[in-house]
Write a protein that binds this ligand. Structure first.
Ligand code: ARG
Length: 274
């Protein structure tokens, strides 16, 4: 059985090299019609690598037309290319990624996901490939000048977050510690929804990762990001705990891509170049 697998993998690897040579890098798993003649057979023999994400999190993952693009999508594609696998990106609710990975529905979760001790009890993480900061978005004319204002003793600000993100976890914890009502926090399914609620005055602030925050503020009139940072964190890819073989393979590829500068150039393309 092992031998057969090895042969299949070897064939897949040769096939992927041939594909790369033949058609260049055409991004995520879409096979162009013009390549069909040469790649139809080989493409299906490639092992699939399914990545669960939540594609409303620019610049890590977002839609460009029908296609999911962004830092995570490109790093995952580079990993799949290296491993001779076919990448499939599945867009689900952020809240369902860890369970989906745990139950084996998806091979890995990659979603600008922060490594936390609590999550480590449910999933394993790869090496970290990027850092993030939880920041706070408010209206331009807001009385809130810093995170401390929100947490101040008698303050009763309404805060919007994306459900089950670290922004949600941290502010919920801090509100509880400060003796504030949990009702002041509204959990939205996406960051977009939280920002829309801020724009329409339903919440006074949104806690979210800094890069998506920048994208949202750039795209929405009348909002700004506070200068004070809330929490800084590391992003990594998550795997089911029993899936060490795949984790080691993906992590090995990721580490090579970090070492040879590929990850940095992908990050720079989306962040620093702007
Ligand atoms: N870094 C935060 C977390 O891990 C937010 C990630 C949200 N990602 C997404 N693709 N919506 O909780």
């Amino acid at each position: 059985m092992k031998k057969i697998l090895a042969i299949v993998l070897a064939v897949a690897m040769i096939a992927s090299v041939a594909m790369l040579a033949g058609c260049g890098n055409n991004g995520t798993n879409a096979t162009k019609a013009s390549d069909a003649a040469t790649t139809v057979e080989t493409a299906s023999s490639k092992a699939k690598l399914t990545m669960a994400t939540n594609a409303y999190f620019p610049p890590y993952e977002y839609y460009d037309g029908e296609k999911i693009v962004g830092i995570d999508a490109e790093v995952a594609q580079a990993i799949a290319d290296k491993l001779g696998m076919e990448l499939e990106i599945v867009d689900i609710e952020f809240d369902s990624i860890i369970t989906g990975v745990q139950t084996g529905k998806y091979d890995m979760g990659m979603a600008g996901m922060t490594v936390t001790d609590e999550r480590k009890q449910s999933v394993d993480f790869s090496s970290s490939y990027a850092t993030g900061i939880q920041s706070v978005i408010v209206k331009e004319d807001s009385a809130i000048k810093s995170v401390d204002d929100i947490l101040a003793k008698d303050a009763t600000y309404k805060v919007g977050v994306q459900l089950s993100t670290t922004g949600d976890i941290y502010i919920s914890d801090d509100y509880e510690k400060a003796g504030k009502s949990a009702d002041l926090i509204t959990e939205f399914q996406t960051g977009n929804d939280a920002v829309a609620a801020l724009s329409s005055g339903k919440v006074d602030a949104v806690v979210i990762d800094n890069e998506p925050a920048k994208s949202y503020v750039a795209a929405t009139k009348g909002l700004k990001i506070l200068d004070t940072e809330y929490v800084s964190e590391d992003y990594a890819i998550c795997f089911a705990k029993n899936n060490t073989e795949l984790k080691d393979k993906v992590n090995g590829a990721l580490e090579e891509l970090i070492k040879d500068g590929t990850v940095k150039s992908i990050v720079d393309k989306y962040i620093n170049a702007k």
